[in-house]
Design a protein around this ligand. Structure first.
Ligand code: MTE
Ligand code: MO
Length: 477
């Protein structure tokens, strides 16, 4: 039939993003998806594949790997690639785009979980400082790092509830608004997921250790100030507006409640600096939302559109992935009924365990520094809670939870209206009193604390793992 006509690759290329009709290939089939583009649930990102192969995108957006999605596409089949354009029966590799072509180089110290998209955590050995250096700050990308062209052309669009839009260039943001700096910890909801897998059951997602977290100074303008300038009454929130949706250049999106965005003590920033430097490409250059106290998934990188709405962001990262379920709920839960994660619960981890010993010249130095007379074990780590709730205590057990001590909470200078930054802590115990297993747990200012085990807060996604961390009494590499 005419559905099977042979099509040259050059003809496919002519139906790219600007063309009247939009074609894509999947395998060696050709589809005219013009009529589908406006109803694509993922929005205009589909145009990235226009005139070429959608295969690499469908690999990344795994939501497509379902029969009903294949069925939709099959309706638009118009032909197959002419065999004279194929190499070994396949579309040549030049025709298949590399969505990750503009991803930057990464610091070799990062522990890579997946390269495309880049998911890399800070190794425990680099988690020892109050401020996490930009080069080793964990990277959590769902997609590619967008190629932005000239930053001077970058625009942020604010869409108010009545549909009116206001645009700001980066220069507008710098010129019109007061600059603010806050010290804030970003933590992925999957931080420590591997501990839930190890101590309860297999979880679905990247198996992060303790390093999907980091602390930085973020500089930018207050979202609240920008919303006010755009014409939104931040001190008299209209009833219908419930959420602020952030959309990013590369198709990621998420939202936060309006009450957080409009709160004068909420410190939500549109940040352009990280630790005093321009945002690195992996962390959202030139502009990211920074929502302190909330799960890092809401701190949308490369943000270029902000929409006030009565609804949460329609993205899968708001309506799906970042939710928790009961321990008994299987992999097909009622997603819509579950609440999306916003503020984080209490968390703590041991990032360093060292011998301070008279036997080793290097470790002897620490005995001197800490004024110790006996060979000892030195533990260090972090503790953090969401919502700006301060960590008030860190308890350490040197005998697997039978008896407890309090760690020393280290002082650090922070900026911001609330306790958005983690607390570093230190604990030293003579070897003669140290058992085989150390345990850590923390308490925040609301006296929230952590679950002692993993099964009771198991969820198949492995989100918000916060069970007491246990580590063996041996050096952490
Ligand atoms: N923003 C965009 N545009 N794309 C993303 O993939 N990942 C989110 C959030 N913002 C993401 C994003 C998630 S899940 C996390 S944990 C943080 O960014 C990670 O921020 P970082 O890579 O700067 O550490
Ligand atoms: Mo995340």
């Amino acid at each position: 039939s005419n559905k099977r006509r042979l099509i040259r690759l050059a003809e496919v290329h002519a139906h790219g993003p600007g063309a009247d009709s939009i074609w894509v290939t999947k395998g060696t089939n050709v589809y005219d998806i013009t009529d589908w583009v406006p109803s694509h649930p993922g929005g205009e990102v589909i145009l990235r594949a226009a005139g070429g192969s959608i295969d690499p995108y469908w690999k990344i957006f795994s939501i497509h790997q379902k029969q009903d999605v294949y069925d939709i596409l099959e309706q638009y089949l118009i032909g197959t690639i002419d065999p004279q354009d194929l190499v070994d029966g396949q579309v040549p590799s030049e025709h298949v785009p590399n969505p990750f072509a503009s991803d930057p180089e990464r610091d070799p110290r990062l522990r890579m979980h997946s390269e495309r998209p880049c998911n890399a955590e800070t190794p425990a050995s680099e988690l020892g400082t109050f401020i996490t250096p930009n080069e080793v700050f964990y990277v959590r990308n769902h997609l590619w790092v967008p190629d932005l062209g000239n930053p001077e052309d970058y625009n942020l669009t604010i869409e108010l509830y009545d549909g009116k839009e206001k645009k700001y260039t980066l220069q507008d943001l710098r010129d019109k608004f007061q600059e603010h700096t806050i010290t804030a910890t970003l933590q992925c909801s999957g931080n420590r997921r591997s501990h839930m897998t190890a101590n309860a059951r297999m979880t679905n997602g990247l198996q992060w250790d303790v390093g999907a977290i980091g602390n930085a100074e973020w500089t930018g303008v207050r979202l609240r100030d920008v919303l006010a300038d755009a014409g939104y009454p931040v001190d008299d929130i209209p009833k219908d507006v419930k959420h602020v949706q952030f959309s990013a250049v590369e198709a990621y999106g998420a939202s936060i409640p309006i009450a957080k965005a409009a709160d004068r003590f909420g410190d939500v920033l549109l940040a352009y600096k990280m630790n005093g430097e321009a945002l690195p490409p992996d962390h959202g250059f030139p502009l990211r939302a920074l929502v302190p106290g909330n799960v890092a998934a809401r701190s949308v990188k490369w943000v270029n559109k902000i929409t006030l709405s009565d609804e949460e962001s329609p993205s899968q990262w708001q309506r799906r992935d970042y939710k928790c379920f009961g321990p008994n709920e299987g992999p097909n839960p009622n997603w819509d009924a579950a609440r999306s994660i916003q503020e984080m619960p209490v968390q703590s981890a041991i990032t360093s365990l060292r011998q301070v010993s008279s036997h080793s010249p290097q470790a002897r130095k620490w005995m001197h520094v800490y004024g110790l007379e006996e060979d000892s074990v030195l533990l260090e780590g972090y503790a953090f809670s969401g919502g700006g709730r301060e960590i008030i205590r860190v308890d350490i057990s040197a005998d697997d939870g039978r008896s407890w001590h309090q760690a020393e909470l280290l002082e650090a200078e922070t900026k911001g209206s609330k306790a958005w930054a983690w607390r570093r802590w230190r604990f030293i115990i003579p070897n003669s009193q140290a058992g085989k297993v150390f345990v850590v747990k923390a308490v925040d200012e609301a006296y929230n604390t952590q679950p002692d085990s993993y099964e009771p807060h198991f969820n198949f996604r492995g989100n918000l793992t916060s069970g007491w961390q246990r580590v063996e009494n041996k050096p952490i590499p």
